[in-house]
Design a protein around this ligand. Structure first.
Ligand SMILES: Cc1cc2nc3c(=O)[nH]c(=O)nc-3n(C[C@H](O)[C@H](O)[C@H](O)COP(=O)(O)OP(=O)(O)OC[C@H]3O[C@@H](n4cnc5c(N)ncnc54)[C@H](O)[C@@H]3O)c2cc1C
Length: 406
């Protein structure tokens, strides 16, 4: 049986290896000059290859498609992924939060191991070769590139989403899916920085640890609340808790963001702390006292939002004004005005709709046509979960294809 796999990212490379190991004749077509261009930049070049957690925990980190991914992930768990890479000669290590990295801390080692295995198995790898169209033939399919027509029994589309398009993920899989009648769930940026309506340019570069970011919908319902690190950009916010928040709010308008700058202190304790700081400094400017609580530029920003003059003398601050200060530090408000562009989004949410896919990734509209990895409407949080879902869907598809081996 001949299978054409389109796209040599994480999903396409792993699908090709499992198909070839199972005896299929595999053609792997990649439009870039090398495989795994996106893999190369993962985990800041260290590649957070998976997350060494139980399946249930993996599923709780899936944002879209948790039900759909269930069978795939039980069939190829994070521990299976670790055994797979170690079997390819890449020693791994587990860090904080069960994040798994190659011991060498080099994503290039992961890519090299996949490339070596692809070569060892005799997969026909066609680089610099962009698939333009997939056609249904009398029996099987025809995959059209500018140079040739590849005839095959089955096709696996592993072309990724539309994030970081410079790596080759330009959404071609959506066009292929549409040509067979599939719906595409509107792609949205996920795991991305957020833009805010307020002018935060004076805060650019300030990094905050141990803060709490909450997001509320138009009706004031809490959508998500994340504790950890964030940073200010010229037009918004970024950092781990912001990326996570973005994945939960990317399909909603009118989101209000609230930062608790001192989550460890409740209002009463914070007020007592401020009163203590005021003690003995009655004739000083307010800003010189509150700066013990917050980074310099943020201190000035907070005073402004609280409606307090920075040069006000401490002994002139009323109880009501102190309450406003406490309130602002505990609930610094921002209006989310949008998501950073796809070029800055770690993953794409949306894609080929799950409603016309079997859990194996096979199309319900065209037998023998499969969709795997990020091109499908599934996405997860940071921590190695997105790569894991790419391999799991790839392996699940490969096993299904191999079942019908003739
Ligand atoms: C900066 C960054 C860091 C990340 N870090 C991590 C991390 O540490 N851990 C983690 O789990 N996830 C991480 N991710 C997410 C993860 O990289 C992706 O979810 C994953 O790579 C998706 O794999 P894929 O194979 O589905 O798609 P891709 O990796 O996007 O691969 C698709 C491939 O298809 C090729 N292609 C597209 N169209 C065609 C065509 N018409 N013809 C031929 N070839 C085509 C592309 O060139 C590309 O090589 C990160 C993402 C980014 C952007």
């Amino acid at each position: 049986m001949k299978v054409c796999v389109i796209g040599a990212g994480a999903a396409g490379a792993v699908a090709s290896i499992f198909l070839a190991r199972g005896g299929a004749s595999v053609v792997l077509v990649e439009k870039n000059e090398k495989i795994g261009k996106k893999l190369y930049i993962t985990g800041k070049g260290r590649c957070n290859v998976t997350n060494d957690c139980e399946v249930q925990e993996f599923l709780s980190n899936v944002v879209r498609g948790e039900k759909y991914l269930r069978s795939a992930i039980y069939g190829f768990t994070p521990q299976d992924a670790m055994a797979f890479f170690e079997g390819l000669g890449v020693p791994l290590m587990v860090e904080r939060g069960n994040r798994v990295f190659p011991l060498s801390e080099k994503s290039s080692d992961i890519i090299r191991a996949l490339a070596d295995e692809i070569a060892r198995l005799g997969v026909d790898l066609k680089l610099n070769c962009e698939v333009k169209e997939i056609r249904k033939a009398k029996s099987g399919f025809e995959v059209l590139t500018p140079w040739e027509k590849i005839e095959c029994d089955k096709v696996v589309v592993a072309t990724g989403g539309i994030s970081y398009a410079s790596t080759g993920s330009t959404g071609d899989g959506y066009a292929f899916a549409k040509s067979f009648g599939h719906d595409i769930v509107e792609p949205k940026q996920a795991l991305c920085p957020l833009l805010v309506a307020e002018n935060v340019s004076s805060l650019q570069g300030i990094s905050l640890k141990n803060v709490n970011l909450s997001a509320y919908d138009k009706e004031g319902n809490l959508i998500t609340s994340e504790f950890g690190e964030m940073m200010f950009t010229a037009r918004g916010i970024t950092g781990p808790i912001v990326l996570t928040t973005s994945s939960y709010i990317n399909r909603k308008d009118g989101i209000k963001l609230v930062v608790d700058l001192k989550p460890a202190l409740d209002e009463k304790t914070l007020d007592a702390r401020i009163l203590r700081d005021f003690d003995g400094r009655k004739n000083q400017d307010l800003k010189n006292v509150t700066r013990a609580l917050l980074p310099e530029r943020l201190n000035l920003y907070v005073l402004k939002v609280a409606g307090l003059k920075e040069s006000k003398k401490v002994n002139e601050v009323t109880k009501e004004e102190r309450k406003r200060l406490v309130d602002t530090i505990k609930n610094l408000p921002f209006t989310c005005s949008g998501l950073a562009p796809f070029a800055e989004a770690v993953v794409t949410s949306g894609g080929v709709s799950l409603k016309d896919l079997k859990p194996t990734g096979e199309s319900k509209l065209a037998d023998g046509l499969y969709f795997v990895g990020e091109t499908v409407d599934v996405d997860a949080l940071t921590g190695g979960f997105n790569l894991q879902l790419a391999y799991a869907t790839a392996v699940c598809c490969a096993r299904d294809v191999l079942k019908t081996k003739e």
